[in-house]
Design a binder for this molecule. Sequence first.
Ligand code: MN
Ligand code: MG
Length: 665
Amino acid sequence: MPPMSSLLDLHPISRRSLLGGLAATAALVTLHPFAARANGSQAHLRLMETTDIHVNVMPYDYYADKPNDTMGLARTASIIDQIRAEAGNSLLIDNGDLLQGNPMGDYMAYKKGMKAGDLHPVIKAMNVLGYDCGTLGNHEFNYGLDFMFNTLGGANFPIVCANLTKGALAADPKLDELHFKPYVILDKMIRDGSGAESPIKIGFIGFVPPQVMVWDAKNLEGSAQTRDIVETARAWVPRMKEEGADLVIALSHSGIDVHGQTERMENASLYLAGVEGIDAIFTGHQHLVFPGPKDFVDVPGADPVKGTLLGKPAVMAGFWGSHMGLIDLLLEKDGKSWKIVDFTCEARPISHRDENKKVVADVKDKPDVVAAVSAEHQATLDYVRTPVGKTSAPLYSYFALVADDPSVQIVSIAQTAYIKDMLKDGDLKDLPVLSAAAPFKVGGRGGADYFTDVPAGDIAIRNVADLYLYPNTIQAVAITGEQVKNWLEMSAGIFNQITPGAKDAALINPEFPSYNYDVIDGVTYQIDLTKPARYDKDGVVVHPESSRIVNLQFAGHPIDPGQRFVVATNNYRAGGGGKFPEIAGDKVVFVGPDTNRDIIVRYIVEQGTIDPQADGNWSFAPLADTTVTFETGPKARDYLAAIKGAKIEDAGDGADGFAKFRLTL
Ligand code: MN
Ligand code: MG
């Protein structure tokens, strides 16, 4: 615990500026207008937020095994000094999701382990930076409660969470037995516009999404319970005021959902803003940016220009250290207490894209943060490059567009296992779980080497980036058998229409993106290439009478168009990405907190050895005397003999280093 009474940081430059030295330092630091404007009964207070760091201390993408300028607390940290300098008084807080989400987190949990007294790298980095308070995110529980307590125990700042109880909920939230302090009230000294210091009490209260009881049931069941965020706030905030808090700041690891308030809602920050006594809200969890031009535009109750929720100052600082969230308050002494008379909000990025969309770093690493984690950074590099499991079959994508494929199969195996586990106790437990997955690395503009190719044997974490290229998160939709069929009709648009009897006709339409070629696992089907595609690549019905998907079966019988299924997929597809027929947010029944990549890593770690043989659940419908050709990477030749259920032969070299193959239909 830090001393609870200390002088708020005032950077020397800022102090000089307040004394009239602004001209000398203006080139370096632009003082916030409130710092310059505050009169003798007023003070400028800057609150700085990081959120959803997910163990990303270094600006390094461990999956790709290369530097990345869009992320890393070591970068965000380097603007902290400047941001402090712009302010009269400042505090630094974190809004949760610290401990999980990249290979450094997995290394600490799966390989190194945390005993009481050990220091986790993300905590080391934060201790260097002098945080004043933090809260829990939903990912803090992913490696179990012991791991979490051992890790957070090293923080030299308080951590608050008001809605995580140890056991059953009490009749009154204030009687709940909690794992963490619900709130802290920091006794600080604040410097006013005249340079005089006076006391101020700043309260921080924290909230986690109640859904952790579902997402982390295996770690929390029997050890915890969660309470509705808004209900919890209504109970505790008046007590904070009674205890003399001049300001009450919500650390809400919860996003902004505007579809009406519901009980135990996940993204409750808008409604939290409506709780009397809360003065400002730090939000997070959704990995979006607020205020700003892109997210939460045209949302009732939210002002994305000024940065307000129901009129109160609020920010969301992106994710992985991409932004620093800033709430600047101009406070005025009102008798004995301080009140807010003006405010500004900002989410300040660490990088931008130039006119060619290339990422340009706006800041450099902060050396003391880099130094604090250098040993674990190196250990993580070693970790992602060394085996975590074994695969008994090679994982390659050379034939992913023409036959059922092991690189797509492993994604569906892991997704299906995850979603079945998540839904096993809920209303949907009796629905069959299918899984949709598409090949991501299949040549195209990436070139003839741009394929997944992991040999049988050891599998390392960096290989998982090969299996799942994008940092999508897991979601599931509930749809009918008819909608399953239409999903596949849309996918089948990647193939050109083939005339019966054709010889060496080109099979693939290069305009159709491979990441929209979803294979659905859990059903069996064939694709009739003689029919025109029902949908074009934008999901527009172009041949309503046509049906390329034939013999679609579930459990060995023709699919019932009215039967309901759950389909595991990702946030992109479930949210309407690719414009698949009727697949959009209204069908979503499960929004997971995990990336599909993490689900695959965890699956491999848990299984030890995986056996991702393609199960051959789809194929082309046979066509007499007809052959088609397609191009793929030349290394495909090594795996030709292993292809089951499709007659494929080498047809020589293609263009640009690709190899050509012939498929007899
Ligand atoms: Mn997060
Ligand atoms: Mg399959």
